[in-house]
Design a binder for this molecule. Structure first.
Ligand code: PLP
Length: 397
């Protein structure tokens, strides 16, 4: 006998992984140059040179016992101080090392925060469609109830009326992700201020805070000077889950942080509950070598030129062909309206007829759209354009 909930989670198919595996298999028969894989959100630009140099330097200049030893569960002060200084300089905040808890990326950070906030058996966590599918197991496997706000399929901002209709005294938090996976949209300051006003009003009505969990692995991936507001400066009860997976192209190194600013109500209790929740999941400390690297590289920024070139090329070409697409200001995704309206049928046709691998929006609880990850080579995009053209023409007949 095993736990049925986890058995089902462990055996449930992953559409994205299946597409990726299909692409590898097809490449053996039709050649890799004829497979157009837009399925994975795996960074395709290298980590900044300073990251590799720092790893090299740390191995040479730091005591091996320290480099490979345990750190405190919340991480080294040096890394937390460097991160706090970076955030304070950019966002005018007054964060200290004590506001930060280093994690093995955003995913375990989210789990720790969700667990910590699920105070009662019937506690609810709200999410806004389209959303990262893992929010559902992260919430439900910890006994929480996930409440979904339907997508605003015009602008992919947050429909505040729909949020208000779903808030209850059991709502503990709302997860928001901007720049967004899968839409690529950045929530505007106006949207965030409106959400903040609503949550303040409802928190007062219910007599307890409704927290924002800001899931921010794409914060630094933004184009054309578009503003990505730092949400704790808009709404005081915001807990940030950050990751260097995408911003420094380090997904395999597993490093990120949770930020609980002093402005968060009961911030000491919240921080302690997060530490306890992480502990209950087996968190010991994030990789020490990478913590030391972040202490030296917290100010590094990604060179986004390649993503931006891909974004502009794909957006320009697809919209010229007649595809409709959400405004892609951030992350490395385009969210395109599926010609014919059925996202799964469109993805299947693209796969079978053109070896074009795109992900149905249904998996992000937003049917009718498909996600394209443009963290791919520019050359692959150019080679794939005839396939996109043939597909839309087939629907126009
Ligand atoms: N949140 C979102 C919206 C993501 O897209 C991802 C990864 O793709 C994560 C969290 C998890 O990232 P990490 O590698 O930091 O665990």
């Amino acid at each position: 006998m095993v736990n049925q909930k986890f058995y089902q989670l462990g055996t449930a198919p992953s559409v994205i992984r299946e597409l990726f595996a299909y692409g590898l298999e097809q490449a053996k028969t039709v050649g890799p140059e004829n497979v157009f894989d837009y399925s994975l959100g795996n960074p395709s630009i290298p980590a900044p040179a300073k990251v590799n140099q720092s790893i090299h330097d740390i191995l040479n200049d730091t005591d091996s016992i320290k480099v490979h030893g345990y750190s405190m569960a919340c991480g080294f002060d040096s890394a937390r101080e460097a991160i706090a200084a970076n955030l304070n300089r950019r966002f005018g905040t007054d964060l200290k090392a004590g506001n930060l808890f280093l994690t093995c990326g955003a995913a375990p950070g989210l789990i720790a925060v969700i667990k910590a906030l699920l105070a009662e058996e019937d506690s609810e966590i709200m999410v806004v469609a389209p959303f990262f599918p893992e929010y559902r197991p992260f919430t439900e496997s910890n006994g929480g109830h996930l409440v979904v706000v339907p997508a605003d399929t015009d602008a992919f901002q947050i429909d505040l009326d729909q949020v208000e209709r779903r808030l209850t005294p059991r709502t503990q938090a709302i997860i928001i992700n901007s720049p967004n996976n899968p839409s690529g949209v950045v929530y505007t300051r106006r949207t965030l201020e409106g959400l903040a006003r609503l949550l303040e009003r409802k928190s007062a009505e219910y007599g307890h805070p409704i927290y924002i969990i800001a899931d921010e692995p794409y914060r630094e991936l933004v184009y054309g000077g578009v503003e990505v507001p730092f949400i704790p400066t808009v709404y005081r009860n915001t807990i940030v889950c950050y990751s260097y997976s995408k911003s420094l192209s380090l997904p395999g190194e597993r490093i990120g942080y949770i930020c609980v600013p002093d402005s968060v109500e009961d911030h000491q209790a919240v921080y302690s509950a997060i530490a306890g929740a992480a502990r209950s999941c087996g968190h010991v400390c994030p990789p020490t070598l990478i913590q030391l690297t972040i202490a030296r590289c917290a100010d590094e920024t990604p060179d986004l030129a390649a993503y931006d070139e891909n974004r502009q090329l794909l957006y320009r070409e697809l919209t010229a062909m007649g595809y409709q697409c959400a405004k892609p200001d951030g992350a490395f995704y385009l969210f395109v309206k599926a010609p014919g309206g059925d996202d799964e049928a469109f993805c299947e046709k693209a796969k079978r007829e053109h070896n074009l691998l795109v992900v149905p929006g249904t998996g992000f609880e937003c049917p009718g759209f498909v996600r394209l990850s443009y963290c791919v080579s520019n050359d692959m995009i150019r080679r794939s354009l005839p396939a996109f053209r043939a597909l839309i023409q087939a629907y126009e007949k």
